[in-house]
Write a protein that binds this ligand. Sequence first.
Ligand code: ZN
Length: 488
Amino acid sequence: MAIKIHNTMSGKKEDFIPLEPGKVKMYVCGPTVYDLLHVGNFRGPVFFNLVRNWLEKSDYEVNYVYNYTDVDDKILNRAAEEGVSSKEISEKYIQEFEKDFKTLGLRPHTHNPKVTEHMANIIRFIEELEQKELAYKAEDGVYFDVKKFKDYGKLSNKNIEDLQAGYRIEQDLNKKSSVDFALWKFAKPGEDAAWDSPWGKGRPGWHIECSTMSRAILGDSIDIHGGGLDLVFPHHENEIAQSEGCSGSQYVKYWMHNNMLNFGDQKMSKSLGNIKSMHDFNNEYDAEIYKFLILSAHYRSVLDFTETQINRTIHSLAKFYSALALAKDIMSKGMDLTPVPDSFQAALEHAEAGIQEALNDDFNTPEVMARFYEVLKVFNQACRKPGKPTSQMGAIAESFLAWMKTQGELMSLFQQEPEEYLLSLDNRILQQKGLQRKDIDVLVEQRLRARADKNFEQADQIRDQLKEMGIQVQDTTEGTTWEVDKSL
Ligand SMILES: [Zn+2]
């Protein structure tokens, strides 16, 4: 079955047919490295990591370029503010990005080009645009002559007249038209990021940087170009004008845009209030929570990044990890295993087929999550039982663990060590309730003593009290255990 991708250009889902059979050329706009990255900046990397995984799983060879914009006004401004060189700023924040990226456990991209490594290519690109009379030199730089590119506006559905009307108030007499954008900006006194060019010392504009890096590594035409929805206009529209204006052929076959995060208007506690950077989120919460939350929503929907959602995510993950920990525990009994029951095998196959179908359907990750829940439910029904695990439960536990590992890997999820990670999730839930493990242990101990003294009334009272606190007590042949209730 073909993969269907929603193409921003057509506004429709289209069958994915790459330019060259079996190969995918993919470019995703990376960060401008002038500050720590926001939690919103990583929705793209998490989502496009899945896109790449799924394309590879579908037997495509993927060449994935994710760039660093290390030349930009924001970097120059930050450098001036801090009294350091712009290179110091960009290198520092590339390193910070790489730390966050590593913490998130995403797969390295095939290429991570930097603008500073492509200056000669950028200059050549602008020269070609000039030869094709698509660029002209003005007082403060070199501009793209938007009116000369007849398809301008086709991605964002804007037309030049409307755009011009919008710009009228601050018309810039330096340019031929207010819609023209800079390809090369002449250096201002004191700026340290400046390169020699045929037009004078300066630096490239943002849009030409991406067009050039994409072309230098992947060629004139690519299969997928991704980025945040906020990049459709002007960034991607301008990339099309430059790239297609220069090569005369289609720049991108499928444009994919992920939507933004919504932080809501709810009052945020200390935990979320200060958490805007990925770095802080990873410290306060963790990467697994972030990825699960991101992939729970469809990439084209606005995602609520609120405490309520984070809480829900913690509870959901705890349910999965509790099952994984239980499966591992059953396996640890070392019993002889029966064959996996047909009904359980069928449930796994059904869910796997559902995951494939959902991913083929424009990466419908909420549907993928529903399939994971389906398997979770069947596993719990078969294995969450008092008493000694049977050999059939052992067989189910083994196949459940293997299935979760393989399917989870696609999403870059469920690869944590179950017991340890479950403990950390449970601790978060307890912390939210203002509870401490040792206080619960004391109550459980009191209940056991009451039972030993045949004071069943008191024992039941304590059990109810624990239940009220969201703690489930189980009496098994091997003793009494307690667990944090994962339902919300
Ligand atoms: Zn870009």
